[in-house]
Each structure stands twice: as structure tokens, then as C-alpha cells.
Write a protein that binds this ligand. Structure first.
Ligand SMILES: [Zn+2]
Length: 86
């Protein structure tokens, strides 16, 4: 039962955090010279070619995730004990 709880709660938390972050993003990216993009998760700037861009939800919003955050999520996911399909 706890596993099921985690599987549903984790994506919801992630989505809420991302949603809040996108709201705060206003005019801060006006003065960028290089194609840098902020990781939606840790909010550090990275060159865009080091980020994973993902369309989230049905609204077509694009979020960028850095390698560390993706790996962190992957490890978290594994720790939950979800079995991936073969
Ligand atoms: Zn990150």
C-alpha cells in the first residue's frame, strides 16, 4: 500500500514544484547570451545541450532537467521498488 502511495505522490510533488518554478520565471532570462537553460529541478544553469528537455502534461510545457537531477530521480524511483517492464 505504501508503494502505491509513493508512486502517485512523487510525480504529483514533482509537478507542483515545477509548476511553482515556472511561475517565478519572469524576466530573468532576458540577458542571456549563451544558450543556457535552467534546470527545472535544481535551478542551476546549464548549457542547453547538457539538459534533457521534456514536454510535461497536455499543455505542451517544456521543462529542462540536468543529468544529476534525472539520475537522482532515477535512483529514487528504483528505491521505491517499482518494477520496470521487460
Ligand atoms: Zn538539476
Amino acid at each position: 500500500m505504501f508503494f502505491v502511495f509513493c508512486v502517485f505522490i512523487v510525480p504529483i510533488i514533482v509537478f507542483v514544484i515545477l509548476h511553482l518554478m515556472t511561475r517565478e520565471k519572469t524576466d530573468n532570462d532576458m540577458q542571456k547570451t549563451e544558450p543556457m537553460e535552467m534546470c527545472a529541478f535544481c535551478q542551476n544553469d546549464f548549457p542547453i545541450n547538457q539538459l534533457l528537455e521534456k514536454e510535461v502534461g497536455t499543455y505542451g510545457r517544456i521543462y529542462c532537467f540536468c543529468r544529476e537531477c534525472v539520475e537522482g530521480l532515477y535512483n529514487e524511483f528504483n528505491n521505491i521498488g517499482v518494477k520496470t517492464g521487460e
